[in-house]
Design a protein around this ligand. Structure first.
Ligand code: FAD
Length: 450
């Protein structure tokens, strides 16, 4: 049986970053990936002659670890199209035009939205995103759902629904009653501030030429035959000195193991001796959000001719946010929209034709009937893929971040755990995966030197 310095399980960005940094540090590394491709939640697919980014795609200016890696790999970026006016679809389904960040709501509601943004910014400023459980108000913020917390902050329903939109459907992709106010603050702190999250021009700033999946592809190319695909790890047997990893009946030795998986997927692997109880509890209280990402490509970006940027928000719409997603250098025009949490549940129960009709009708609420007839229509819904199980990422239920958050970072014997879903800065984003992968590798290399 061959023994590696480190076996990395999972060839998403976390695993591939960790593996490459370990190789740079002189280690003999093997990456085992259950799918027949690398990239995990990053993937580009060709549909009807155009590339569509099925998973993660955007890069924002605060994501310094990802930006540095993109440059290191020789990749380049381009800006999301944002010229012209944005749209706000109100409760009566009237699409109202606006510019800048101030939504076209009545003055009092606008002030209330700004006040609430300030309150969350203040809470986020007091948080170290690597240790959200140490926030001065951690216990109280983690004991209430974000919905309850918001209800206690304001009686202005429209202000409340818009703030809920940013952190619920748009970010954590869960109903706001299912995650805590502390998790909402963590999401804000992980991006630098809540102000950053509500600024689409900031948070959805750039894309990578060739797609964000070029990042894992380039890392895998550097790793070469150190990456083994279609290798679903089923068992890790460990002692204080190392582990034996089983894949397809084959046993592989490892001095260190990195499980670069969403916390929910650690449970798919039999680990002996079993993980300490608190480690199991911690992962049992994590779950994926749900969002269906929908892209519709048209012969032309017709909204631009009408002076529209393609950006739209509709807190009461099936598609709660929409953006111009036209590919770099393409003459066609593409819109991307998102259907989240309870709406995603409901659409999961209807036929593909009914789903498409409902989603395009919601696009039309923003852009008119021209949106009803795309040349290409692509849905990506990760909930039906066992090796992911939802989108964008996993998070804790109410009360669990303070109770078990720190556990997710603790190694057990030679096994270390990581994923974008437990990152501080870059939480639930590719930047967090890069940071986690880098940190895991550094911890292993530091331990080796000692
Ligand atoms: P993953 O990518 O989930 O990698 C885990 C890997 O482990 C997978 O390849 C899986 O197949 C493998 N695996 C699981 N079990 C086993 C096993 N037993 N044996 C071997 N292999 C196993 N982030 C952004 O920054 N910007 C965005 O615009 C953005 N949009 C998103 C849109 C969608 C639709 C989705 C789904 C995600 C989006 N994200 C975005 C989030 C981002 O994609 C993730 O945070 C990031 O890719 C996670 O990387 P990871 O390596 O931690 O996990």
């Amino acid at each position: 049986m061959k023994t590696y310095d480190t076996v990395v399980v999972g060839a998403g960005v976390t695993g591939l970053t960790a593996a490459w940094r370990l190789v740079e540090g002189g280690q003999d590394v093997l990456v085992l990936e259950a799918r027949d491709r690398v990239g995990g939640r990053l993937r580009t697919e060709d549909h009807n002659g155009s590339d569509f980014e099925i998973g993660g795609q955007w890069v924002s200016p605060d994501q310094e670890a990802l930006i540095a890696l993109v440059a290191e790999l020789g990749l380049s970026t381009y800006s999301r199209y944002r010229e012209g006016e944005s749209l706000y679809v109100d409760r009566a389904r009237i699409a109202r035009r606006f510019t800048g960040e101030e939504l076209p709501v009545d003055e009092q509601t606008g002030k209330e939205i700004d006040r609430l943004i300030g309150v969350i910014d203040d809470l986020a400023a007091q948080m170290d995103p690597d240790r959200p459980w140490e926030h001065p108000q951690a216990a109280s913020l983690d004991s209430v759902s974000f919905a309850q917390w918001l209800d206690a902050q304001t009686t202005d329903q429209e202000a409340r629904d818009n703030i809920a939109l940013y952190l619920g459907p748009a970010m954590l992709t869960k109903p706001t009653h299912s995650f805590s106010a502390l998790t909402a603050v963590l999401m804000s702190a992980s991006a630098g501030s809540f102000t950053h999250l509500v600024d689409a021009d900031f948070i959805l700033d750039k894309r990578v030429v060739g797609g964000l999946a070029s990042v894992p592809a380039a890392l895998a190319a550097r790793l070469g035959d150190r990456v083994r695909l279609s290798a679903d790890v089923t068992h890790v047997a460990w002692t204080a000195d190392g582990a034996v990893v089983t894949v397809d009946g084959e046993q592989i030795g490892a001095r260190n193991v990195v499980l670069a998986l969403p916390p929910t997927h650690v449970r798919r692997i039999r680990i002996t001796p079993e993980l300490p109880a608190e480690h199991r509890h911690a992962r049992e209280h994590q779950s994926f959000g749900l969002v269906i990402k929908v892209q519709a490509e048209y012969d032309t970006p017709f909204w631009r001719e009408a002076g529209l940027s393609g950006t739209g928000f509709g807190p009461w719409e099936l598609v709660h946010e929409v953006y111009d997603n036209t590919l770099h250098g393409k003459a066609t025009g593409t819109l991307v929209g998102f259907v989240s949490d309870l709406n995603a549940d409901a659409l999961g129960r209807v036929s593909a034709d009914e789903r498409r009709a409902a989603i395009l009708a919601s696009f039309a609420a923003y852009f008119g009937d021209a949106a009803l007839t795309p040349r290409t229509y692509v849905e990506s819904d990760w909930q039906h893929q066992e090796l992911t199980g939802g989108a964008y990422a996993t998070s804790f239920d109410v009360g669990s971040l303070t109770r078990w958050g720190a556990k997710l970072h603790e190694p057990v014997g030679p096994i270390r755990f990581g994923s974008s879903d437990i990152a501080g800065l870059g939480f639930q984003h590719v930047d967090g995966a890069v940071r986690m992968g880098t940190r895991l590798a550094q911890n292993i290399l530091d331990q080796q030197i000692l």
